[in-house]
Design a protein around this ligand. Structure first.
Ligand SMILES: [Zn+2]
Length: 446
């Protein structure tokens, strides 16, 4: 067994329903074969287990591994294409790049860049929009497995509207998805997600084939886009009929359930919120994407008050990077800009949205997203380099909540000093930053 010694912050209790930040300045976490067995003050834990190895990761903070509930693997090279609304951005930036994944070698390069980027950002679990080509999705699962991330993903399917090389048929969508799911679903840390791009690019026949696949693959997940942009929403209404709302286009095929995660949901009706809550579906809120594409300001208050599950997504490449710290800060900004209509977010809310809420949305509560006994040791060590503004500010924080706010305000991917999944270190150590921090004054006061 191993004892990790760190300043630990996590949010096992939901701050949206009265929970508070759990903070321990000098904590010990006892890990056996990747699973947290015990946790408490370091001195007490050490006294109980005097012979176990100690890994000292003091300095900065240790957080649960971050959970990204919406991110596009084929778009990693398109980050930063600013200045376009959704449908123009898809046509001119995202989809031309997605077409290049027809080449497996190209896809393998992207898979390495993408998975490496997630790890560097401290993301240990993700629901990933795959590619339109089965071999490219296979490349993603292969790379994620090699590195050790928890990935839920699948073949993206569409049969209209998009450029021709990205289109499929309902029968082919089922067959190719089934073959991928047979190979990867439930294998190691990977799971399959049935993934129509959005109903705008999906006929009813295609959505019906998605429903059949979701039914036939036991425990499969479902993900798609919903209510992102007003022009998109108007076009969906034109395609499916003005009497239905956007969520209906999925619901009439039985695709709105507790293993369904919908990205965006910026412009949502009360009826849709009620249905999402009743079905226990998840919503991936993607703040930098919503701002970059000018999609709108997310109605978090309506989701919370209806009891809809919400977590964070980076939505790369429309999102401006893979860091969920940045997404948390942008989520905070959006709620501030909404004034009384917004939901005032504390740093504990932001951490919850980036960790435990994501685990809940992905059906992994208790397994990841918190550093509690029984959970896997999935963790990210955020430690600013000495002498940086972030380091200075963190050292002068006056409470753990304040320190966590500093982490969201100033933390970047370059501050990721270590990442673990199931107790295996997948970033840091040799060749990067030292595995053990120097002793001395901790960065965060208790
Ligand atoms: Zn997206």
């Amino acid at each position: 067994m191993t004892i990790y010694r760190a300043t630990v912050l996590d949010t096992p209790e939901n701050p949206f329903t009265g929970g508070v930040l759990r903070a321990e300045e000098d904590a010990g976490i006892l890990v056996e074969r990747g699973v947290i067995r015990d946790r408490g003050g370091f001195a007490e834990l050490r006294a109980q287990h005097p012979d176990e190895d100690v890994i000292d990761v003091r300095g900065g903070v240790l957080l649960p591994g971050l959970v990204d509930t919406h991110v596009h693997y084929p778009q990693v090279r398109t980050i930063g294409a600013l200045g376009m609304p959704l449908l123009d951005w898809l046509a001119h930036s995202a989809l031309p790049e997605e077409a290049r994944l027809a080449d497996r070698t190209y896809a393998e390069e992207l898979a390495k860049e993408f998975v490496g980027g997630l790890v560097a950002a401290g993301t240990t679990t993700a629901l990933v929009f795959g590619a339109h080509f089965p071999a490219a999705v296979d490349a993603l699962f292969t790379e994620a497995t090699r590195v050790g991330l928890r990935i839920t993903s699948g073949l993206v399917v569409s049969d209209r509207v998009l450029r021709p090389e990205l289109l499929t048929t309902p029968a082919r969508a089922y067959d190719e998805g089934r073959a991928l799911a047979d190979r990867w679903h439930g294998v190691g840390r990977t799971r399959y997600a049935v993934t129509p791009r959005f109903s705008l690019s999906s006929s009813d026949a295609l959505l019906e084939s998605c429903a059949a696949l979701a039914k036939d693959v036991e425990g499969a997940w479902f993900t798609s886009h919903l209510n992102e942009n007003l022009v998109e929403i108007a076009q969906v209404a034109a395609q499916f009929g003005a009497s239905v709302d956007y969520l209906d286009t999925y619901d009439r095929h039985g695709l709105v359930g507790s293993r369904s995660v919908f990205a965006h949901n910026v412009h949502v009706t009360p009826r849709e919120l009620a249905l999402l809550a009743a079905q226990e579906s998840g919503v991936a809120h993607c703040p930098t994407s919503n701002c970059a594409l000018g999609s709108g300001l997310f109605a978090l208050r309506g989701h919370v008050e209806h009891g809809v599950r919400v977590a964070l997504g980076s939505d790369v490449g429309a999102g401006t990077g893979l860091s969920l710290l940045k997404e948390g800060l942008q989520a905070y900004f959006i709620q501030q800009l909404l004034g009384p209509a917004g939901w005032p977010l504390s740093s504990a809310h932001l951490l919850h949205l980036a960790t435990r809420a994501g685990a809940e949305v992905l059906g992994m509560a208790g397994e990841t997203g918190e550093l509690s006994p029984g959970a896997s040791f999935d963790a990210v060590w955020v430690r600013p380099a000495a002498g940086t503004t972030f380091d200075t500010v963190l050292r002068h924080a006056d409470s753990p909540e304040d320190a966590l706010a500093k982490v969201f305000a100033l933390g970047t991917v370059s501050d990721t000093a270590g990442v673990w999944v199931s107790g295996t270190r997948i970033l840091g150590g040799e060749g990067r930053r030292p595995a053990t921090a120097t002793t001395g004054r901790p960065s965060v006061p208790g």
